[in-house]
Design a protein around this ligand. Structure first.
Ligand SMILES: [Zn+2]
Length: 168
């Protein structure tokens, strides 16, 4: 049983950790960079671009469970909801995930430990995307900016009422 790992330090779509438990117990690590095109759920959330460096390092935690230390650093550009210009969100994640064999173990746990289901092929990019999604703000706004295109927005907003008025 040999985990599928890339030869270089660059990982991307389709990179799998073949056996997460073994990866953790062996203290292995993987790192690379991810672009927005590799992050379908973050793209669906409106990301314009992303530049993320990640690492996943295996270890056994204080309770004896195989675990991943996931770090992600970089930025994601999302559309500011006020001015409609890109707004860079800084991402700095350092989170430990405890690997468990069943969903029941994860859902039944009554504590603050972050857990992930250990499956035979763990998709590295999807794992990183999961962690990044947790960090994305619900509403993206610059700290200080002006509402977008007053003239065009006002005229667009006015048009439905204008056309209703004409029908009357
Ligand atoms: Zn803005």
């Amino acid at each position: 049983m040999s985990p599928t790992l890339p030869n270089s330090s660059s990982a991307g779509n389709g990179v799998l950790i073949g056996d997460g438990v073994q990866f953790a117990r062996d203290g292995r690590a993987i790192s690379g960079t991810i672009e927005v095109a590799q992050l379908p759920r973050i793209t669906a959330a409106g990301a314009l671009s992303a530049r993320l460096a990640f690492s996943i390092a295996g270890f056994v935690n204080a309770f004896g469970f195989p675990s991943f230390r996931v770090t992600v650093d970089g930025s994601i550009a999302l559309t500011c909801q006020r001015c409609l210009e890109p707004s860079e969100i800084q991402i700095a994640i350092n989170r430990d995930l405890e690997l468990r064999g069943t969903l029941e173990e994860i859902e039944g746990a009554d504590d603050d430990v972050d857990r992930v289901l250990a499956v035979k092929s763990m998709d590295v990019t999807a794992l990183v995307e999961d962690e990044v999604l947790l960090e994305l703000p619900i509403a993206v706004r610059h700290a200080a900016c002006e509402p977008a295109g007053d003239e065009s927005v006002r005229s667009q907003r006015a048009s439905p009422f204008a056309s209703l008025a004409k029908r009357r």
